[in-house]
Design a protein. Structure first.
Length: 218
C-alpha cells in the first residue's frame, strides 16, 4: 500500500467544487481498480429505514445520526465486475460546526449500540457492529491516517449465513465530510471473497480520502 505525502497538497476546493473531491472513473485505472466501473447513478440515494435501538434514547440517536442531512452533498458509486462489491462515496458540505456534531453522534452510536434493528417493509433486519479488535480491516489504525478526525466501523446485516457486510469510513475535514462505504456479502475469513474485498478496500482507502483531502499519492 502506498502512502500519502501530506507536503504536496492541492488547493482547497470551494463549496461549489464538491464534485471535484469525488473519485471518478478516470481515477480507477491509476489506482489499479480496473475491476470497478462507475455506476450511472448512486446505488442508494434513499433515506435510511427506521431503526430501533436497545433503548428509546438510543433509538432516537440512531435515527438522528443516520438521517443527518448536510447543507450540500454529492455522491457516486462503483461496482466490481462480478457485482459482489459495491462502493458508495459521498462528500458533503455542512453548516459551521455541524460536521463535528454529526461525527460525535456517530461515535456515540458505535460506542453504545452493539446491535440494532432496521424496519424494511414488514421485515426486521438485525445490524451487528463488529468489534474493532476483531475486524481484519484494522479500523482504529485506519482512523489515525485521515483528516481532522475519522471513524471506521464494520457492520453485519441479516441472518447468519446470509449476512451483508457494510464497512464505512467517515472522514471530517473542517466542515466537510467524506463517507466511503463498502457493501458485500460476508465471506468466510481467509476465503477468496474476503481477500478480494480486502484488496479493493485497501486501494479505495488510499484513493478516496487522498482526493477528498487534496493529498498526493506517494
Amino acid at each position: 500500500m502506498s502512502t500519502f505525502d501530506g507536503s504536496q497538497s492541492a488547493p482547497t476546493a470551494r463549496p461549489g467544487d464538491l464534485e471535484q473531491l469525488l473519485v471518478t472513473a478516470a481515477d480507477l485505472a491509476d489506482a489499479r481498480l480496473d475491476d470497478f466501473t462507475e455506476l450511472a447513478s448512486p446505488s442508494s440515494d434513499e433515506d435510511p429505514p427506521p431503526m430501533t435501538g436497545p433503548s428509546p434514547e438510543l433509538t432516537a440517536l440512531l435515527n438522528k445520526a443516520f438521517n443527518d442531512k448536510a447543507a450540500r452533498e454529492v455522491r457516486t458509486s462503483f461496482m466490481n465486475a462480478d457485482s459482489s462489491i459495491v462502493v458508495d462515496e459521498g462528500v458533503s458540505q455542512r453548516a459551521a460546526g455541524a460536521a463535528v456534531a454529526w461525527m460525535a453522534d456517530m461515535r456515540q452510536v458505535y460506542a453504545q449500540c452493539a446491535a440494532w434493528t432496521m424496519s424494511i417493509g414488514d421485515q426486521e433486519i438485525t445490524i451487528q457492529v463488529v468489534d474493532p479488535a476483531d475486524d481484519p480491516s484494522e479500523p482504529l489504525k485506519v482512523e489515525q491516517r485521515f483528516g481532522d478526525e475519522a471513524l471506521m466501523r464494520t457492520m453485519l446485516a441479516g441472518p447468519v449465513g446470509q449476512q451483508a457486510q457494510i464497512t464505512t469510513l467517515l472522514v471530517r475535514d473542517g466542515d466537510r465530510a467524506l463517507e466511503l462505504t463498502f457493501r458485500s456479502l460476508a465471506g468466510e475469513p481467509g476465503g477468496s471473497e474476503a481477500a478480494q474485498l480486502a484488496t479493493a478496500m485497501s486501494k479505495f482507502l488510499e484513493l478516496a480520502p487522498a482526493k477528498f483531502l487534496g493529498l498526493q499519492l506517494g
